[in-house]
Design a protein around this ligand. Structure first.
Ligand SMILES: C[S@@+](CC[C@H](N)C(=O)[O-])C[C@H]1O[C@@H](n2cnc3c(N)ncnc32)[C@H](O)[C@@H]1O
Length: 247
């Protein structure tokens, strides 16, 4: 099993070519992109005028949406050069106040108390072996009273089989397993870290946050085009969102 994170980083070095290959497509999406309705509801007041840091920023479309919602600035962090360079080029082309820098979380390399909001998710927490170290870094980055927000795949998602008609649990996965190897798009071969919902909430609280809002969502934040699995029919959790305030 990948203890160092090397296999995951190697898988992302390959997978992140998509950020360059799909540049034009993402540029078109970026012209109109908005956050998910649950995100807008949780963040619209908080984000107005905020300096935002976005760990694991990926293609950066959420950063464009955050600025559209009123963020003063967004700083995206990602260890993929292809991710940060293509996201920077897109933000510049659209004149959005987003900057990108390479960083391997949980070491952001940023100054303490530089952010009003740390936003992340949609395939972010699963790459972190050390959740307490991540939340300690988020806490360090936030100004007093600042906010942490995550919209993420539900920790049960690795157990869902994508059968079109029947709800099935994968026999090779366990909710309490520490990790599994990704066998689908995009980071095939990467080691996904599994954190239960309780572990995520408790790691956040122990780092010095108060949980303001926690919600489970039936809808996955991403589906392959033209495909519907029974586990997405509204009966099961496929995502969660959490808003927490730095005490
Ligand atoms: C599935 S993408 C999701 C990011 C973003 N929400 C999006 O939708 O594009 C995950 C990103 O996390 C980055 N990543 C994974 N582990 C990381 C780490 N430890 N530090 C920084 N970036 C990381 C990868 O390079 C990739 O761009």
């Amino acid at each position: 099993m990948d203890v160092t994170g090397d296999e995951t980083r190697a898988a992302w070095a390959v997978a992140s070519r998509k950020y360059e290959d799909e540049y034009a497509e993402h540029l078109e999406l970026a012209r109109t992109v908005v956050l998910l309705p649950a995100e807008v509801e949780a963040l619209s007041e908080i984000v107005a005028g905020a300096d935002v840091v976005h760990p694991m920023s990926g293609h950066g479309l959420d950063d464009i949406a955050l600025t559209r919602l009123g963020a003063r600035s967004v700083l995206g962090l990602d260890y993929s050069e292809a991710a940060v360079s293509s996201a920077q080029r897109r933000a510049d082309e659209l004149g959005m106040p987003c900057r990108y820098t390479r960083a391997a979380m949980p070491a952001s390399g940023l100054d303490a108390a530089c952010a009003d909001l740390v936003y992340t998710g949609k395939g972010a927490l699963i790459w972190l072996a050390d959740l307490p170290a991540f939340f300690a870094e988020v806490h360090r980055l936030l100004r007093a009273g600042g906010w942490f927000y995550v919209y993420e795949a539900h920790p049960l998602v690795p157990l869902w089989d994508w059968h079109p008609d029947e709800i099935r649990v994968r026999p090779d996965r366990g909710y309490f397993a520490p990790s599994h190897v990704n066998d689908s798009f995009p980071a095939n071969g990467a080691v996904e870290r599994q954190h239960t919902l309780a572990e995520i909430v408790m790691a956040c609280r122990r780092a010095g946050f108060e949980i303001e809002h926690l919600e489970e969502h039936p809808e996955p934040f991403w589906r392959p085009d033209g495909f519907a699995a029974a586990v997405w029919d509204g009966r099961l959790p496929n995502a969660f969102s959490m808003l927490a305030r730095r005490a």
